[in-house]
Design a protein around this ligand. Structure first.
Ligand code: SF4
Length: 144
């Protein structure tokens, strides 16, 4: 199963902020550290703010901060939110599949998708920045 780019980026932003240790990096700094376009990062930051997972303050001394909700957020919940409700296969696209009305494969794929999400549910953003990831994130951020 391949995640949307925005899903992975959302998790990367949360992980970056989880190691900020009191600092408040700007969206630009986070984007540069992640080597992603600023516009992609800004869109994801806005969505994470809307979800209450981070605070974004403008102006001098402003920047991004992870909220407690963001620190303890389930990786599975973040993935579900950003991936949306869609199936892993588009059975009803512009040319609907003829098996659509009675397909066992469709049900099996749905269960596999749910198992994938469920395996991520117990993991938190904080879990994801344990060593070696957290120290590596800090090194990368300092280099920008
Ligand atoms: S075979 Fe089943 S899962 Fe595949 S596109 Fe058709 S309905 Fe969907």
């Amino acid at each position: 199963m391949r995640l949307l780019r925005s899903t992975d980026l959302a998790l990367r932003v949360l992980m970056r902020l989880a190691v900020a240790d009191g600092a408040t990096p700007t969206t630009r700094e986070v984007a540069d550290g992640m080597e992603v376009p600023y516009t992609h990062a800004a869109k994801v930051v806005a969505e994470l703010q809307h979800l209450g997972l981070l605070d974004a303050r403008r102006g001098r001394g402003g920047g991004l901060t992870l909220t407690e909700k963001g620190r303890t957020a389930s990786v599975g919940a973040v993935v579900r939110t950003f991936e949306g409700e869609g199936d892993v296969v588009d059975c009803e696209g512009s040319t609907p599949c003829p098996l659509n009305s009675g397909c066992r494969l469709r049900g099996a794929l749905r269960r596999a998708q749910e198992a994938f999400y469920a395996s991520l549910d117990p993991l938190t953003v904080t879990d994801m920045v344990a060593s070696p990831t957290g120290p590596l994130l800090l090194d990368i951020s300092r280099a920008h």
